[in-house]
Write a protein that binds this ligand. Structure first.
Ligand code: HEC
Length: 262
């Protein structure tokens, strides 16, 4: 194979490479991929990946439903809880604490039960809004909770459950008032806009990396530090640079040596 043949092959490979790079560059700049807002195919029991963390799903507000909710329905739904909870006054501690009087009580406050540290760190009382959020997805509301229960998905079910839990008391807490209902609706309203993408542009990162790379740390103990940090605007031959350095360091003699060497 003569060198002309080789050049042709080399050029072909080079052109192919450049074309591929250019195509990639164009594709990246012309087409912007967006995360789906919703899963294209909804799968029962699987959390949506839609939109990433920015559009996190929240529990639907239910406080406006509690006053008119079906208490009997709540009682029926409590069968799902009964394996772990007693709802009776003075009832036994099971896998979970007794839930008599839980509405309005301190979180993690039932006596004789060893709560998770996540629950103990929550603080505050079981108001209606917190119960809604907890019953929606226990693990989301109390990270590391011991309550191994998936949650009540339907807003009506949570409203009914809360309405029933409210009755389990000698002096039931008053029903959610207008301001409480409005506050919950505001807190759990779906986010209006996706949050702006805060990850830095790829180019920015590369720039930062490049900046780091060009900073050359001087070595301790270096005596001659006249080598320019940046490339001089006018290209100098190595010979000229050496002469320049030697000129600064020593007078005449070495220059002569260089001349002799040439
Ligand atoms: C598999 C067992 C299990 C099931 C089913 C279960 N829970 Fe629980 N629940 C627990 C445990 C355990 C805790 C304590 C959580 C902790 O310490 O993090 C708890 C805590 C709670 C609390 C907080 C109590 C407090 O004193 O702070 C409420 C309210 C509650 N559960 C309601 C319910 C309701 C309502 C249901 C049914 C819809 C239910 N749970 C189903 C195990 C369960």
């Amino acid at each position: 194979m003569n060198s002309f043949e080789f050049n042709k092959i080399f050029a072909a490979v080079l052109v192919a490479g450049i074309t591929a790079m250019f195509a990639g560059f164009v594709a990246e700049n012309v087409i912007h991929a967006h995360a789906l807002e919703k899963d294209a195919v909804a799968i029962e029991g699987v959390e949506s990946s839609g939109g990433g963390a920015a559009v996190e799903k929240l529990a639907e507000p239910v406080l406006h439903l509690v006053a008119s909710a079906d208490v009997e329905k709540g009682k029926k739904l409590s069968k799902a809880c009964a394996s772990c909870h007693s709802f009776d006054k003075g009832g036994p501690v099971k896998t979970g604490p007794t839930l008599w009087g839980v509405v309005g009580s301190s979180k993690g406050g039932a006596s004789g039960f060893g709560y998770s540290s996540g629950m103990m760190e929550m603080g505050g009382k079981w108001g209606y809004t917190d119960l809604n959020k907890f019953l929606w997805k226990p693990k989301k509301f109390v990270s590391g909770t011991k309550m191994n229960f998936i949650g009540l998905k339907k807003p009506e079910d949570r409203a009914a459950m809360i309405a029933w839990l409210r009755t389990l008391s000698d002096s039931p807490k008053s029903l959610p008032g207008d301001s409480e209902i409005a506050a919950e609706a505001a807190e759990l309203a779906p986010p209006e806009e996706d949050m702006a993408d805060v990850t830095p542009e790829a180019g920015e990162e590369i720039e930062q990396e490049a900046e780091k790379a060009t900073k050359v740390e001087p070595h301790a103990g270096d005596e001659i530090t006249v080598i320019p940090a940046k490339k001089p605007a006018v290209e100098e031959t190595p010979q000229e640079i050496i002469e320049e350095i030697l000129e600064k360091v020593t007078p005449e003699a070495p220059k002569k040596m260089i001349e002799l060497n040439n």
